[in-house]
Design a protein around this ligand. Structure first.
Ligand SMILES: NC(=O)c1ccc[n+]([C@@H]2O[C@H](COP(=O)([O-])OP(=O)(O)OC[C@H]3O[C@@H](n4cnc5c(N)ncnc54)[C@H](OP(=O)(O)O)[C@@H]3O)[C@@H](O)[C@H]2O)c1
Length: 300
């Protein structure tokens, strides 16, 4: 059997699952490596061995616990800096393209207009620092690469904001959600399609990819609850009302101009959210915590 020429690393994660599906839907012969038990990106020999013959590496593997990174900085740096470094070395040696994902959290959030690709990053938290270190590692090694920064990911599976809000709104009468952080929610399925679109368009270097539109976490949560028949009231609060270990940027809207030039305008996050909630209902899938999501959303 021939080795597939495309590999998805972190294929058990939220984005990784969608990347595998998007490749399969396009007829791309793909191999997915789940978590570290399948391929640990911090192990250079294992990476070299596993990616022999692979020409396109889509790396969705990362340490993604933003608050956890504050107390596990060494682990976050290992996975998010050393991991991409190992992948970049292997891709350079194999003449392969490395597609790697980064985050709006590389910016400090003090801007008031959308962050352009070339703006100077200045992360506020350890996770952002580790992701920026991963970007630098790839550029320094100089393999053929495409770094895609995205934001506020959601999907009908895995742990994410949409599923958490659906779960909580089925259990509580009110929810307080921060209204002083703004970003672009992005469906992982859409990001996977945008990623393959950018690859097909020959994009190299650093790009931003996200769904169109912007909102606060409060507005996002209100929209999620509005798609159900829940009576739960969503109320705005301030970041300071809900202290977390990691500081968050107040503003993480990514400028999409360069990406739109290559692959067109992505759909609005509200349309993507509707599909996500519908997919959960159609699958009859319970939200985390065992609550079944109301089917009335199908009629909207
Ligand atoms: N989630 C967001 O809102 C968001 C926003 C912007 C950018 N991003 C970026 O998008 C990418 C995908 O994020 P996601 O939310 O899909 O992440 P995720 O659901 O947490 O998935 C991460 C994947 O990486 C794997 N992994 C962790 N350590 C590894 C290691 N040492 N070797 C190999 N695999 C390892 C995990 O396996 P286990 O689960 O078995 O540990 C999992 O499969 C990441 O680069 C992230 O920084 C995410």
């Amino acid at each position: 059997m021939n080795t597939p020429t495309t590999a998805v690393i972190g294929a058990s994660g939220m984005l990784g699952r969608e990347l595998v599906s998007a490749c399969a839907a396009r007829g791309i012969d793909v191999i997915g490596f789940g978590g570290p038990e399948a391929l640990d990106i911090t192990e250079s020999d294992a990476v070299r061995e596993a990616l022999r013959g692979v020409k396109l590496v889509l790396n969705a593997a990362a340490y993604t616990d933003v608050d956890g990174a504050e107390s596990e900085a060494a682990k976050a740096m290992r996975v998010n800096q050393l991991g991409p470094m190992n992948l970049a070395r292997t891709c350079r040696d194999n003449d392969a393209l490395l597609v790697h994902f980064s985050t709006d959290y590389v910016f400090n959030g003090v801007a008031s207009s959308a962050y352009r690709v070339e703006e100077e990053p200045s992360p506020l938290n350890v996770y952002g620092l580790s992701k920026l270190a991963g970007e630098h590692a790839i550029r320094d090694i100089g393999c053929d690469h495409l770094i895609i920064r995205s934001s506020w990911l959601f999907a009908p599976h895995s742990r994410n904001f949409v599923r958490t809000i659906l779960d909580l709104s089925s259990q509580r009468s009110t929810l307080q959600v921060v209204a002083d952080q703004t970003g672009r929610p992005t469906a992982c399925g859409d990001l996977a399609s945008m990623t393959l679109g950018l690859v097909e368009a020959g994009a190299k270097g650093t790009f931003h990819a996200a769904n169109h539109g912007r909102c606060t976490w409060f507005e996002f949560a209100r929209e999620i609850v509005a798609l159900t028949d829940s009576d739960c009231r969503v109320e705005p609060c301030k970041t300071n009302d809900q202290p977390r270990p990691a500081p968050r940027p107040r503003f993480g809207v990514l400028d999409l101009t360069e990406t739109i030039k290559l692959i067109g305008k992505p759909r609005h996050w509200k349309a993507a959210l509707r599909d996500c909630v519908e997919a959960l209902v159609v699958a009859g899938r319970a939200a985390p915590g065992g609550q079944t999501i109301s089917p009335t959303v199908q009629e909207r």
